[in-house]
Design a protein around this ligand. Structure first.
Ligand code: AR6
Length: 178
């Protein structure tokens, strides 16, 4: 656990996100929402074909926005699909990445979801530098939790390996010290 206040918490976990038993997992998808590689591919494989069928009816998703489906064969009841920015080094990248976390949390609240696991959106195929991305995601999540203090929300940040875990811890220290 790296943060706990009132009804909310943030924890870090080294895991394959598809194995988690929480209300909802977030998918780092592309604009088509019709599957891909990385975490997107893993989620579709683990959820089974029902997920892709439901995704067809969503008609894609813009960068920074989020859409929800059921979890099918996953342990998680729901999947929120969000589309991170393809890293370009421009200022709008960070705005889009913040939106991914913010809009996913808003959508989760709408569906009465109380535990939500995020992968490190955009840090794989989309090339976002890990340190910058972690700082943006943590700041955005902390701001959301502070603005929604009346709502119980447990956020799990899923790290694919130890390097991600260490980088998240460093980013958190930096934010706390600011
Ligand atoms: N569990 C947790 N984290 C994972 C898993 C997993 N099973 N698999 C990968 N990661 P990426 P993006 C981490 O490339 O950068 C897809 O093709 C991985 O180490 O999955 O947002 C989509 O369809 C990395 O840190 O997503 C899009 O076209 C993070 O998840 C595109 O990739 C995100 O890596 C999206 O690119």
């Amino acid at each position: 656990m790296i943060y706990e206040r009132g009804k909310s918490s943030i924890s870090l976990k080294i895991a394959d996100i598809t194995t988690l038993e929480c209300d909802c997992i977030v998918n780092a998808a592309n604009k088509t929402l019709l599957g891909g590689g990385g975490v997107d591919g893993a989620i579709h494989r683990a959820a089974g074909p029902g997920l892709l069928q439901e995704c067809y009816y969503l008609h894609g998703c813009n960068t920074g926005e989020a859409k929800i489906t059921k979890g099918y064969q996953l342990k998680a009841k729901w999947v929120i699909h969000t589309v991170g920015p393809i890293y370009s080094g421009r200022e709008e990248d960070s705005f889009m990445l913040q939106n991914c976390y913010w809009n996913s949390l808003n959508l989760a609240k709408e569906y009465s979801i109380h535990s939500l696991a995020f992968p490190a959106i955009s840090t794989g195929a989309y090339g976002y530098p890990l340190r910058e991305a972690n700082y943006i995601s943590l700041s955005s999540i902390l701001k959301w939790l502070q603005e929604n203090q009346d709502y119980e929300m447990h956020v799990i940040l899923v790290c694919f390996n130890e390097r991600f875990y260490e980088e998240y811890q460093k980013s958190f220290q930096k934010i706390v010290l600011e």
